[in-house]
Design a protein around this ligand. Structure first.
Ligand code: ADP
Ligand code: MG
Length: 273
């Protein structure tokens, strides 16, 4: 009985710390999708870097506990510093504050955790990471409608959900599910980004209609949510993701970077509406 009471007190105290932390973060954005591999992490990273270019203070939370790719994509190594039991300092790269479970688990080992443990880790990040004041916190989520998405939505109260889709119908079907999930979770602003929208030929730079284009915008219109823009499929994006230098940093003049900067401007406009 007392053990149960102790646990209750612990959760109440944690929720209080989460509230105090959130007061310091102006805009909270979650990035998710109905499907894996559509480019959530790529978009979370490059949106965060595009916002940094606007001189904003930005944090990036990797809430994909079983597939934490963010440190690899931003080229971070080492461990976040623990000040004490309830104070974890985010790692800093190019002025971006980052937190991920990746450095805390052995490389190549699977994270075989049931939902409550994954949710518990996210709650701990929300309660104990010392972000200080942030203009924007971008959260990268796993695909689908699992525990991580629920915990982040319920505890973080994001103002904006960005749902990533590719133009093919199989992705759009799952995207509609994700949009409805965001509506059910009462996230006030919902928007769609279409990724891998046309393949840019590495030889001549012309866009090839590989997966099709426009499906994301059409779907957003049908579902009465905002369309933020489309990102082409470009070889450099994938290389940059693998090498840990985000494409908006490495190729500032590329079509992909221009697309990200426009999306980032649209995000800020939408948040301020
Ligand atoms: N627009 C793009 N152009 C080229 N490669 C991309 C693009 N978007 C994502 N990728 C690549 O596709 C793979 C999956 O993207 P990722 O962001 O990890 O997806 P998710 O987080 O949805 O699983 C990665 O190798 C990434 O570099
Ligand atoms: Mg990912």
């Amino acid at each position: 009985m007392t053990e149960q009471k102790d646990r209750m007190t612990e959760i109440q105290e944690q929720d209080k710390r989460i509230e105090q932390n959130l007061e310091l973060i102006k805009y909270r954005i979650v990035v998710f999708s109905g499907k894996g591999g559509v480019g959530k992490s790529t978009i979370a990273v490059n949106l965060a870097y595009s916002l940094l270019k606007d001189s904003l203070k930005v944090g990036l939370l990797d809430a994909d506990i079983t597939g934490p790719n963010i440190p690899q994509m931003v080229g971070l190594s080492g461990m976040p510093e623990m000040m004490d039991l309830h104070q974890i300092l985010p790692q800093i790269k190019d002025d971006l504050r980052v937190i991920s479970i990746a450095p805390m688990i052995p490389k190549d080992q699977p994270v075989i955790w049931r939902g409550p443990l994954r949710s518990g880790t996210i709650s701990q990040f929300l309660a104990d990471v010392v972000w200080d004041e942030l203009d924007v916190l971008v959260t990268d989520l796993p695909p689908g409608t699992g525990d991580e998405v629920l915990t982040v939505s319920q505890k973080m109260h994001p103002q904006l959900a960005i749902i990533v889709t590719t133009p093919q119908e199989v992705s759009l079907i799952d995207c509609r599910r994700a949009v409805n999930m965001a509506k059910k979770l009462n996230i006030p602003k919902i928007a769609v980004v279409e990724n891998m929208s046309g393949l840019i030929c590495p030889h001549c730079g012309v866009a090839i209609d590989f997966f099709g284009t426009g499906g994301g915008e059409q779907m957003a219109k049908e579902m009465d949510v905002t369309f933020l823009g489309r990102i082409p499929m470009e070889k450099q994006s994938r290389e940059c993701g693998d090498n840990g230098t985000p494409v908006v940093l490495k190729y500032p003049e590329s079509q992909t970077t221009n697309a990200f900067l426009e999306i980032s401007r649209n995000v800020l406009k939408f948040l301020k509406q």
